[in-house]
Design a protein around this ligand. Sequence first.
Ligand code: SR1
Ligand code: MG
Length: 419
Amino acid sequence: MTDFSKYFLMINEDDPVATEKVVIEYTLLKTQGTEKGKIDWDKASMKAKIPAEHGNLNHVCRVTDDKGHSIYIKQAGLETRISKDMKASLDRNRQESEILQLEEKMAPGMVPHIYFFDTVMCASGMEDCSDFEVMRDAMLEHKIFPRFADDISTFMVRTLLLSSDVVMDHKEKKELTRRFITPDLDDITEKLVLMEPYLGAERNNVYPPNQAFVEKELYGDQALHLEVAKLKFNFMTNAQALLHGDLHTGSVFVKENETKIFDCEFGTFAPMGYDIGNVVANIIFAYDNGLSTDDKPFCDWCLKTIRDTVDLFIEKFKKLFDEMATEPMAKVPGFKEYYLASILRDTAGYAGTELHRRTVGMANVVDVTSIKDEKKRLLAERINIFTGKDYILHQDQFCTGSDFVKAVERAKTAAEKTI
Ligand code: SR1
Ligand code: MG
């Protein structure tokens, strides 16, 4: 019998055989039973496998049996998967689990169910969503998901507005702010996203043929640095709502008729526009990839998705604000419009920083890095850099979905002239 009363890393990617044994034992300990919320495992046929694809931080294992039961076990390690030098508090697993539970209440059916979480082993049992595809993988195959804009806008409006001071009781919100404080993970965002793409860093991953361009357009632009400095301080000090905190296409499960959002360990109280901007930027990465193979229907869908996501966010935000606002001062005429305008400004700003950091920072995206042809990759990277600069330098000018799309089109024209 394994002793699970003291933390150890049970998911060891170098030893799948030992991992399978211990994870099955752990799963049975945590979930076995027939009562509600438990799983009636067929012990003899249980398997525990480490999936090939993984996120940057944690370890996961999928447990199944031959009777159709399944669960994901996710565990935080002392080191992050992306780098042994990068540490993040083990408490991130509790935090992610609690945020998912909260999001399940705010946006029912839109996140995987958490069966349990365990603050000793820093592990959780999460609904198996392997009948979904991770959206980034689907984007690489240029698959189209017509309902994505509708679903993601619903998720963002509900989780962001309902966790803001507009709706949530202020004392309850302050309690949550205390519970979901994530210094290590915030620090990663503050450096990787909101500093290093501009000031430069050893660990940046710049595509060598684009080095001079990056130095001029990102490292050498003082006006850009000033705007990013403001965005960084806004991120660090404006506890506007409980964000997902890492809302890229690798954090989204998709299938034809359903969308689920996962992997919210970067969840923190910060400006709403950070989540919305991340979605916009990551659809642009999918567009870049579509462009590299001249897949016009897919590129058109990406641009339409950006437009619809922003427009539906605006429409649903206004409606939910009217229905749910509890703070008397938020109901003062004109406040809703003022508040929404600031969210859209932030959306543009943080879409810009996500575009830049995924192009030149430590954590690139496969949508771009998998483009083999040098000129096509340069085109993709420069579209990201120009679009991001437009968003950051002219944040006030992005008030509708179409404004966001036009910047991509302008950037494409400008980028083509540089190659
Ligand atoms: C050290 S983690 C690098 C990146 O991966 C995560 O998904 C976040 O986006 C983070 O910035
Ligand atoms: Mg992640």
